[in-house]
Design a protein around this ligand. Structure first.
Ligand code: 6PG
Length: 246
């Protein structure tokens, strides 16, 4: 499903409402809520809104992971965990041992091994990782998601890998979950805004090359996927339908 909003503000309010609804359904049905957050700029407003309404869900029964992480110190402004901690996690009653960050103080290979062990601790057999109740993802102008970048291998049997990437001057060394994990989730929410995302969004929703547009690799086996986009990011979807009408 694609939900189109006038702007990031209205999109973020709707995403916060959905996040809280899924969290409450998960804790009511299974006694806990497992979520993987993303980094980048788009989710910051969502995190602020969640932090401003801490009593709307049960953070004491929430476990937070990350879909990807940049291998920089936790207090580096570019660190995904550090960003979520500053904006959200320091403002809600989540137990410290429910926060499962990638150990960026380790070398990439060790950080991957450590993260895979953490995933295994919370595995939903037969999976060797948790079946996430919700995964938040963004999409780059190039169609990447998490740290799955164009041209990267589509196949793979590991739930987490280390990669290097050159994107908008952001940190190059990263650890990322893989589609194995993303596609076993109950709900995936993509958020994408801005005209620079319009072409990639059209190509991904068209089901174009998963090699060239890794966000197209995300299609949960038994779960839901909802795109939260603003009107400018959706502009090529509009034009396409106008062409179809002509
Ligand atoms: C990251 C994110 C990454 C992000 C996209 C979009 O670690 O950077 O996980 O996949 O979602 O690059 O970033 P923006 O929201 O800043 O456009």
């Amino acid at each position: 499903m694609v939900r189109i909003f006038p702007n990031l503000e209205t999109l973020s309010h709707a995403a916060a409402e959905t996040f809280i609804t899924i969290a409450n359904e998960s804790t009511e049905q299974r006694g806990q809520f497992f979520v993987a957050l993303n980094g980048g700029g788009t989710p910051k407003r969502l995190f602020e809104l969640l932090a401003s309404a801490p009593d709307k869900m049960d953070w004491s029964r929430t476990h937070v992971f990350w879909g990807d992480e940049r291998m920089v110190p936790a207090d580096d402004p570019e660190n995904c965990y550090g960003m979520a901690k500053r904006i959200l996690l320091d403002h809600v009653a989540i137990p410290a041992d429910h926060i499962h960050r990638v150990r960026t103080d380790l070398a990439p290979a060790e950080a991957v091994a450590d993260y895979i062990r953490t995933l295994e601790r919370f595995a939903s057999p037969p999976l060797a990782w948790p079946q996430f109740d919700l995964i938040l993802l963004g999409m780059g102008d190039d169609g990447h998601t998490a740290s799955l970048f164009p041209g990267s291998s589509v196949d793979g049997s590991d739930p987490a890998i280390s990669v290097t990437a050159d994107y908008q001057g952001r940190p190059a060394n990263r650890v990322t979950l893989t589609p194995l994990v993303f596609n076993s989730a109950r709900d995936v929410i993509f958020m994408a805004t801005g005209a620079s995302k319009a072409e990639a969004l059209k190509r991904v929703l068209n089901g174009d090359s998963e090699v060239q547009f890794p966000a197209a690799r995300i299609h949960p086996t038994d779960g839901n996927i909802t795109w939260f986009v603003d009107e400018v990011a959706a502009q090529k979807l509009y034009h396409q339908s106008e062409e179809q009408k002509l």
